[in-house]
Every structure is written in structure tokens, then in C-alpha cells.
Design a protein around this ligand. Structure first.
Ligand SMILES: Nc1ncnc2c1ncn2[C@@H]1O[C@H](COP(=O)(O)OP(=O)(O)O)[C@@H](O)[C@H]1O
Ligand SMILES: Cc1ncc(COP(=O)(O)O)c(N)n1
Length: 538
């Protein structure tokens, strides 16, 4: 390995929004222009109406070419009207003749003539990002695609970069029975990815409970063309008990198209979109729309301008927590992860000196790579911090990270054999942090960054105490390293980071606080995986 880490190793240019690089700190985030090609749902919960809300909620500029009109509400679909396909072509051409298109989301197509029109236009325009939600049947059970058009839809799949079938659609596209559990769903996802040569997003929304996915609602990216670090990337998620899931598939696919256009990385996009959608499902009860399967709340994360009415709908999480309360809840939630870290072979081996040297070398090399990415994320926190004190704090922390990284290279890594390059856990952790850093929420960003301070400080202090209690033996192979753990400056910075995160939570809406808690939990999990990575990958 070279003496310096090349950040582009894990930060391809396309991944970085223009204002992410320190050279252009004040440039505005580019607003991707996202076109939804889909059917209309006049009740506003699904179809093109959900797409436009979802695109806007995720920071994009939404455009809409309508394939079909439906007469539907939260109870079901009453009628479908598909205008002549030539008129869809006229809409599509009008847009692409004038406007640059950063991403396309395709939803309800209706019939084979519409599919043909979309295919012809896609082949002509070749948009950079195409997400295809193969809409066939509405949640209510009504058909939204003629059965005779299924083969044409199948043939359209290779033109998409991502396909987002639900379990029923996955089964129809494969001509197989519906997957009975999550493991089977992933297998089907792999088969569809192989068949279409496209990345598949397998969605856990329709999983029956107790099937290996636990009570959760996971999603997974499955891919056979080498775009992702691993063949399957599972993003776990909580399951919300609600009837209001009308339009979740439409909203997810539009959000993925929008965020992918912004961050250029499917995994990071899903990690950003999933907490947003979870909040939209959770806060759906704040809306009073229809008597059936109601819509989700796309703008739950936007500061509520009618908070007095809003709080009548959702109690508890909507109330601003007292000072320190949010941070205390985060710490409680991380207890299991800390226990898991203390039980790792890596940590036990580091403490008693039995850790194999090659695992230690791998850990140091990954730490250096991680710190470089982490420093960029902290710099981003400085760029969007609401006060000058916070700006200064995150900027100093970003600088310290780079200094620690270069010290690692100068001292620890200079005498060690070249370890492997960017490891899978390091990549996933940094991707998660980068997704949080472009989420548009300062709170989510600092919550995602916090476990690296907090858990690391706690683990370091414990290891240092144990080392001293054991008489600080000079012959301990990792004595020098263990001594570095007792750093009062780092402990003070950790207390400050906790206080700023707690303050951000007190300023946030209930939905944003939920997204903060999730971002923190995911980073805590990554802390565990990071310490366990040397055992698996060294
Ligand atoms: N009850 C739920 N709780 C949390 N997430 C859900 C729930 N239902 C669906 N989702 C999420 O909504 C998205 C759409 O999933 P799904 O309902 O399977 O698709 P569709 O709306 O196309 O039928 C996925 O990200 C899924 O994980
Ligand atoms: C026009 C239109 N398009 C798509 C859906 C599917 O909705 P869901 O996301 O709930 O599966 C719908 N009900 N109506």
C-alpha cells in the first residue's frame, strides 16, 4: 500500500456532490431533475402524485409524463383510462427536447403500446439513471397493467438501472410462486438480477412476520454486474404497524431515483431513503385522508408549520425532549452494541496481547482510510452547522482526524507490511456516513457521526483502564497503542459532540429525530462490525 491514502479509492468523483469537496464549500447542492413516467392517482397517495411529492421531499425537481389516468381513492381503483401512446411520446419529447434529465422513475405503464413508447424514448434519450417500478397490481388488488403486457414489461427491464418489484411482482416476473420468506425473496431477487442484467431492490413490505426477517421490514440491493461492493446489500428496517401504506412503492422508487442522481451510489441512496420512508409511514397518522389504505406523509421531516394541530395527532415522539434526554436514549440504545464490542475476539486480543499482528495491521490500515472519509463528513457538518461555535468544533475535529490519519501512516503503518486496500466494512460505514452527510439534515449528519466519538471513547477508556489495572506491562505487544487511548482532549470533544447532537434533536421535528436515532443506531452497528472486520477480512 502507498504511504498516503487516495480518497478517490472510496470516493469516486461521481459520488461526491459538487459542494462536498472542500474546494467549493459554499456552492449550492445540485437539484437533480427527475422525471416520473407513471399513472395518475387523483387521491394523491400513489402514482405520479406520490412521485412528485417524493422527489421534492428528497431534494429533487420533479417532472411528470402521465401514462394513464385512474379513478381511485384509498379504498381501491374504480376505472383506468390509458390515452393513446402517441400522446405519451409527445409529453416525453416535449420534456427531453428542452430539459436535461438527471433521473427517470417509471411506474404504472398500463399496456404494451405504452411500454413500446417508453422503450423507444429511453433508447433515444438514454437517461443516466433509470429506476423501474414494475407496477402490475395495486395494493387493493386491482390490475394496473394488462396481463397481455407482462412480456413487454419483462423485455423493458434491461433498460433500467434499478428495478423495484414487490414480492408479488417479483414472482410474476420470474413466473414463480410468491416467496414465502426473506431468504427465498433474496434468492428470487438474484434470479431476476441475473435474468435482466440489472440491479434489483428486493422489498420486505409484504413479508409475513416471523420468517427470519424477525419483526422488521428489510430491503436489499441484489446485483450481478459488479456495481456494489457485495452481491447483496441488506438494509434492515423497523416494521411500522399501519394501514397507511398506499403508495410506498411509488414513493420509494422516486426517492431512489432522486437520491441516486445526487449521490451516485445505490447503497448510499437506499441508506438515505429508508429512514425517510420509515418516518413517512410512522407519521402517516398525522394525515386525515380517506377511510381505506391511506397515504404516507412525504414531508414529515420538514419543520411543521402547523405544529399545534399536528401534535394532536401524534403524541410522545412529537414532543421536544428535555435537555440530555435524546442523548441518554441514544446511549441506552447503544448499550447492546458496546457489549458486543467488548465480547469481540479483536478487543479481547488487543487487551491481553494475543491479537495476531496481521489483524492489528489490517485494523490500523482500515482506520486510516476510515479517518480520511470521516474527516470529510465532519467538514460537511462544519459547512452546515447552525452556529459558529459548532462550525468551529466540527472543522477542528475534521482537521484532527486528518492529523491522526497522517500520524498513523508516519508511525504505525510505516513499519507494517502493506495491508489490504479499502475493506468492505470500511466502505459500508463511510458510505452510510456520506449518505447522512447529504441527507439535508444537520441533525442526521451529526447523529451518524457521533458513535465514532462516543463508542470509540468508551471502548478506549475501558481498554486503557484494564491495561493500567494489569500493571501496564511494557512487554505487552500493544502497550504503545493502548497508552494512546487515554486522551482527555478526545474525551472532552466527545462530550461536546454529544451535547451538540442533543441540541440538534431538540430543534428537530419528530420525524427528523427518528431519522437521527436511526442514523446513530446504524453507525453504532458499524462500530461493532469495524472492530470485527480484521478477524474476517485481514
Ligand atoms: N409496514 C411497513 N413498515 C416499514 N416499512 C415498510 C412497511 N411496508 C412497506 N415498507 C417499505 O416500503 C417500501 C415499499 O415496499 P412494499 O410495500 O413491499 O412495496 P409496494 O408498495 O410496491 O407493494 C419498502 O422500502 C418497504 O420496506
Ligand atoms: C397510478 C398508480 N400507480 C401505482 C400504484 C401502486 O401503488 P403502491 O405503491 O401502493 O403499490 C397505484 N395504486 N396507482
Amino acid at each position: 500500500m502507498s504511504a498516503t491514502v487516495n480518497p478517490s479509492e472510496f470516493l469516486p468523483d461521481a459520488f461526491l456532490p459538487p459542494n462536498f469537496l472542500p474546494s467549493a464549500p459554499s456552492a449550492p447542492l445540485r437539484i437533480p431533475r427527475v422525471l416520473a413516467i407513471a399513472g395518475s392517482d387523483p387521491s394523491g397517495g400513489a402514482g405520479i402524485q406520490a412521485d412528485l411529492k417524493s422527489i421534492a421531499a428528497n431534494g429533487g425537481y420533479g417532472m411528470a409524463a402521465i401514462t394513464a389516468l385512474t379513478a381511485q381513492n384509498t379504498q381501491g381503483v374504480r376505472a383506468v383510462h390509458v390515452p393513446p401512446a402517441e400522446f405519451l411520446t409527445a409529453q416525453l419529447d416535449a420534456i427531453s427536447d428542452d430539459i436535461g434529465i438527471d433521473a427517470v422513475k417509471i411506474g404504472m405503464l398500463g399496456d404494451a403500446a405504452v411500454i413500446d413508447a417508453v422503450r423507444t424514448w429511453l433508447e433515444k434519450v438514454r437517461p443516466a439513471v433509470v429506476v423501474l417500478d414494475p407496477v402490475m397490481v395495486a395494493t387493493s388488488g386491482d390490475r394496473l397493467l394488462k396481463e397481455s403486457a407482462e412480456a413487454a414489461l419483462q423485455a423493458l427491464l434491461p433498460l433500467a438501472d434499478l428495478i423495484t418489484p414487490n414480492l408479488a411482482e417479483l414472482a410474476i416476473l420470474l413466473k414463480e410462486p410468491v416467496a414465502a420468506d426473506w431468504v427465498e425473496a433474496l434468492e428470487q431477487g438474484k434470479r431476476l438480477a441475473a435474468l435482466s442484467g440489472t440491479t434489483v431492490l428486493v422489498k420486505g413490505g409484504h413479508l409475513p412476520g416471523g420468517d427470519g426477517a424477525g419483526d422488521g421490514c428489510p430491503d436489499a440491493l441484489v446485483n450481478t454486474v459488479g456495481l456494489l461492493g457485495q452481491e447483496t446489500v441488506v438494509v434492515p428496517g423497523e416494521r411500522i404497524v399501519t394501514r397507511n401504506s398506499h403508495g410506498t412503492g411509488c414513493s420509494l422508487s422516486s426517492a431512489m431515483a432522486t437520491v441516486q442522481a445526487r449521490v451516485g451510489n445505490w447503497e448510499a441512496a437506499l441508506r438515505e431513503v429508508k429512514p425517510w420512508l420509515l418516518g413517512a409511514l410512522r407519521e402517516a397518522s398525522a394525515l386525515d385522508v380517506g377511510t381505506g389504505n391511506g397515504p404516507v406523509h412525504h414531508f414529515h421531516h420538514v419543520q411543521d408549520r402547523t405544529s399545534s394541530q399536528h401534535s394532536q395527532h401524534s403524541q410522545g415522539p412529537a414532543e421536544t425532549p428535555a435537555e440530555g434526554e435524546f442523548a441518554a436514549a441514544l446511549r441506552d440504545g447503544a448499550a447492546a452494541d458496546l457489549d458486543a464490542i467488548y465480547a469481540l475476539d479483536f478487543i479481547r486480543g488487543l487487551a491481553d496481547g494475543t491479537l495476531p499482528e496481521h489483524e492489528f495491521a489490517y485494523y490500523l490500515a482500515q482506520d486510516a482510510i476510515y479517518l480520511n472519509g470521516y474527516s470529510r463528513v465532519l467538514a460537511r457538518a462544519a459547512a452546515v452547522a447552525p452556529t459558529e461555535a459548532e462550525q468551529l468544533f466540527w472543522a477542528r475535529s475534521a482537521q484532527t482526524c486528518l492529523e491522526v490519519e497522517s500520524e498513523l501512516h508516519r508511525s504505525w503503518l510505516s513499519t507494517r507490511p502493506a495491508a489490504a486496500g479499502l475493506g468492505p466494512v470500511t466502505k459500508s460505514y463511510v458510505d452510510h456516513l456520506l449518505a447522512a452527510s447529504v441527507s439535508g439534515s444537520y441533525g442526521v449528519l451529526v447523529a451518524a457521526a457521533l458513535p465514532c466519538f462516543w463508542l470509540y471513547a468508551e471502548v478506549g477508556a475501558t481498554l486503557h483502564r484494564e491495561f493500567l489495572a494489569g500493571g501496564a506491562p511494557a512487554a505487552h505487544p500493544y502497550a504503545d497503542w493502548l497508552r494512546t487511548y487515554a486522551d482527555e482532549d478526545f474525551a472532552a470533544a466527545t462530550r461536546q459532540a454529544i451535547a451538540y447532537t442533543d441540541a440538534a434533536a431538540r430543534q428537530a421535528s419528530a420525524g427528523e429525530r427518528e431519522a437521527m436515532a436511526l442514523a446513530f443506531r446504524q453507525s453504532s452497528r458499524y462500530e461493532v462490525h469495524f472492530f470485527d472486520a480484521p478477524r474476517l477480512h485481514a
